[in-house]
Design a protein around this ligand. Structure first.
Ligand SMILES: [Zn+2]
Length: 292
């Protein structure tokens, strides 16, 4: 599948190095480290990857990467930073708000920095020791609706980190343009996914490495991957859009190689027909996640 499909990394974080989060964070803390960015961009160029959608970072690294990406033949889009509610998950990739007024100000900041779209954090992360558990409660449905409405009103598409059936449903009903991760997606969510035309980026390559990490149970990781694969099959069957994104940069997901790992998992889940499915989803991401 990999050879024939356009190579798009639809979810990555160029500021992370796929190995050591603290080291990467410290490297960029005061100023984006151009040498590190170039190393990662070269890893994409080498593999013929021509498109990169960043999931955000707190230091302006993705903005610097966008300036350099053309030299590597890569079309690069970024939200500048991701936006989360203060006290909830998301601080590692962006900035937080406590009131809707502060949120509006962050959208204006992203806009001033030249963001291509807005990245929002609606839920926590998966717990790999305890099936069914997510690290923090999701944002209330009403808040999700407001966040998306405001971003759309400013002319931005919305990429949203979201796990859990109810939060995914709220995100889809609010008009979120892409669902990132989307674990624990249920039948109703799948129906809505197809109806709304939102794109799902399942990021399986980011989950797989947890199977052998301390504090994680391999059986939980396997179950999550199996259920994600099953949901993907159903999503493809009802004509939903699915795109390839590995969460490259996260620990265990190297730049470049992460997308190959994602492709392998997508192929396993969707079979040979998967290429055409992913091609459609990637095309939708490329078209929608740029400033109008
Ligand atoms: Zn991410």
């Amino acid at each position: 599948m990999e050879e024939h499909c356009p190579r798009c990394e639809c979810h990555g974080h160029i500021f992370m190095d796929g190995v050591d989060f603290r080291r990467a964070r410290d490297l960029h803390r005061y100023r984006p480290d151009t040498a590190a960015i170039r190393t990662h961009l070269a890893a994409y160029q080498t593999r013929g990857i021509r498109y990169f959608r960043d999931g955000g970072d707190p230091f302006g690294v993705s903005l610097r990467a966008r300036e350099l990406a053309g030299e590597y033949g890569i079309r690069y889009v970024t939200p500048a930073f991701a936006i989360h509610r203060a006290g909830r998950y998301g601080g590692i990739v962006g900035r937080g708000y406590t009131t809707l007024g502060e949120y509006r100000a962050l959208v204006a900041q992203a806009s001033a920095l030249g963001a291509d779209f807005i990245k929002l954090m609606f839920s926590g992360i998966l717990d790999f020791a305890e099936y069914g558990t997510i690290s923090c409660p999701p944002l209330p449905t009403k808040e999700i609706r407001e966040l998306v409405r405001i971003a759309h009103g400013e002319g931005f598409a919305v990429m949203a980190h979201v796990n859990g059936a109810d939060a995914i449903r709220a995100a889809l009903e609010a008009g979120t343009d892409s669902i990132e991760h989307g674990y624990y997606m249920d039948e109703e969510d799948l129906k809505l996914l197809a109806e709304t035309g939102a794109v799902w980026v399942p990021t399986m390559a980011a989950i797989a490495p947890f199977a052998h990490r301390p504090g994680c149970r391999p059986m939980v990781v396997e179950r999550l991957l199996d259920e994600q694969a099953e949901a993907l099959c159903k999503a493809a069957a009802v004509g939903a859009l699915i795109a390839s994104g590995s969460d490259a940069g996260a620990v265990g997901v190297p730049h470049g190689a992460g997308l190959a790992a994602e492709w392998a998992l997508l192929e396993q889940a969707l079979g040979p027909a998967g290429c055409a499915v992913i091609e459609r989803g990637n095309q939708a991401v490329r078209e929608r996640f740029c400033r109008k």
